[in-house]
Design a protein around this ligand. Sequence first.
Ligand code: ADP
Ligand code: MG
Length: 871
Amino acid sequence: MSTYTPMIQQYLKIKAEYKDCFLFFRLGDFYEMFFDDALAASRELEITLTSRDGGSADRIPMCGVPYHSAENYIKNLVEKGFKVAICEQVEDPKTAKGVVKRDVVQLITPGTVMEGAMLDEKENNYLAGISEFSAETFIITYNDLSTGETSVARISTGWEAVLGELFNRPVKEVVIAPDLPDSFQDDLKEKLLVTVSYQQETGITEEFQYLAEKLNKDQQLVEGFGRMLNYIQNTQKRSLDHLKPAHIIELNQFMALDMFSKRNLELTQTILRKGKQGSLLWVLDQTVTAMGARMLKKWLERPLLNKQSIVQRQEIVAAFLEHFFERESIREALKSVYDLERLAGRVSFGNVNARDLIQVKQSINKIPEIKLILSQFDSKSVQKLGDEIDDLQSLSQLLEESISEDAPLTIKEGGIIKDGYNDRLDDYRDASKNGKKWISELEKKEKQATNIKSLKIGFNRVFGYYIEVTRANLHLLPEGKYERKQTLTNAERFITPELKEKESLILEAEEKSVELEYELFIELRERVKQFIPALQALAEQISNIDVLQSFATVSESNDYTRPTFNEERKVNIKQGRHPVIEKVMKEESFVPNDVTMDEEAEMLLITGPNMSGKSTYMRQLALTAIMAQIGCFVPCSSAEMPVFDQIFTRIGAADDLVSGQSTFMVEMLEAKHAITQATENSLILLDEIGRGTSTYDGMALAQAIIEYLHEHVQAKTLFSTHYHELTGLEDSLGKLRNIHVRAEEYQGNVIFLHQIQPGAADESYGIHVAKLAELPPDLITRASEILQQFENNDKSMVKKSEKDPGLPPQTEEEQQQMSFFVSEGAANQPKQTNPKQAHSLIKEIEQLNIMEMTPMEAMNALYQLQKKAKQ
Ligand code: ADP
Ligand code: MG
């Protein structure tokens, strides 16, 4: 260390405290990086790697980015999940003795970015915190630094639920204690793809106690919140006045959606492209403001359970829907409302400029108009919405008096404060203005005196005011009075003592006025700080209005109707549609279908050919339920529904490519969630369960799952299957109904009607679908032949299973008999079995860990087993 130059020693000392960050070390007009940081940064940012002498034997790797364009480089790194520590010179290099003092002034991390370019305006940017208190109990905290919103939630059902809660939320970074188990940390990095940061300290200092006021002195909540707060303090190192007191999210007041369902239902992003386009959010988002767009997303992620709260939203949507013109006026007014929530955040952070404050003013100036429109509605709920708004006229007035409409972006060059706001400033301005007038008069005088028409007085930063005379006219200048300052190709520039004297007066006045303007602006910003809570409240009210008008707007343009809710757990939807598919369908139109479920029909077993619309029908119900419970109207001609407490889905096509689990394992995990956590108030969608394994295996599991749900869970369940055999269950399971999607054959081709009808489907159209896909004709013919053969061979087997009309074997003994019966029937083997050998075979099968096997390993194991069985 001691051989390094003092500056490099300083660097190393600071870097040691910020090991997991890129340290941007300010050197003049550059941020430099050294050693490993330089190697990594040159790779990540594609900038040139150089080196410098640092006192040691080897030269030190170095790379840098210009100070003025650093933002883009920082953005690039942060978007990749890295953290950046900004290390500035904290004393004036001119007066410093020895190495200039430097300090880290801010950490920019994925979860705490504040700069406009790094934020998606329609999306919150959350930093989340996780604290573990027992195997079952975790506290999750959320903070959006750009808006100041902070919330805390308790999870009491284990780690999976933590993942489910965080999944698909706009969380970029998670703060944890260093001792959180490694497997959990891996889940965060691999399943949620977030940056993980550490914070041990959880104590809350006196000055921030008020932020924990609403946490009811609950030790765990306070500790969880404290961890996050400490992290924010450590990274931001600046005013956090805009942080709102943390509020508790009671997760049991919202519909629970596990990780799988959130993904499968494509609420806010699609599975394949990961984009908003094609998601439910995409259909529902007709918000006008960025704040509204963020609020809508939040609502969509947390559908309500309280019927009264849902109905409250519906009332307003209904009123907005009925009054087209008023709604359009509100939309129009909202267009002039800027992102007050984030502007408030910038006020607190001290990076707000005059233009931002103009935006605040313009936004506030729209509020009285919005209040007026709302007051004219005949709906009490809408009137109340307007009455509750504080239109902040005192803030508007303050900004009106102080900030000039055409203020520049920078706050250090003047031109911000209006005349008449401050007497001293007005005096300076007068002085400078008079001086300028004097100079233009001097120009006139000099022209006359010298008789040079082209003589002019100009100004530049180096020489100040000067008199310019073209070369051709130089001979007209009298000797003595003019002092030559600069020679150009065509002209010469002169000064006179008189000019210089006036100049210093003007410049002094200007300099003072710029300084004063800066002071006044900072003072003003402090005064605006006091309005932060009021601005935040206003932002929330405006976002609410925006989301509700968005619901009304989409309900009108898409022809949605208002659903009603019942306590009898009845679903009665007439002419229901899939909100997204109907939007993307171009030529044909979507075929509406009814859904009827009640205590007589808790489960619907859906059969029908591939591509007929089974999955669509199932998702349609789930999306309708979610839309209903966020207060929006729904795509159908009428709807009665229960309030669902949870929705579970197992839907194909969502194979877990990311975490590398086999399709079948994912299927089983998703099914497990539903089976273990659903209540009779839940909705379960199981789409073609068992498809990921062999036929008999799959069918057996499917049947067992249906029976289990029917018996123990009694949730409303939609179960689609291609195992036609399962339709027999209707006879034995009282609350199960068969329905199917109709398709018709026309001249050897299949025509999908997409119509749901009672009863089971009768034929498989797989080969016809293959034909539609234009597989070679020979292949199609061959497939038909093979099918024929199967059907002939299988007759005996089908009969056998008909003997037992779907009734589940009850005792263990019966089950064993059944399994032998099936396997014998399937393999057509002679049945001289030595009981001892059979027993060992059963043992071996029992010990197989099927869940952990790849399909290939399973095939191999099966092959071995069969070989033994044949022996
Ligand atoms: P399945 O699950 O039975 O294989 P899907 O639900 O995936 O079938 O539907 C296949 C395609 O059929 C969908 O992509 C959609 O374009 C179309 N479709 C489904 N339901 C309808 C409907 N009710 N009206 C019009 N088209 C539909
Ligand atoms: Mg399907």
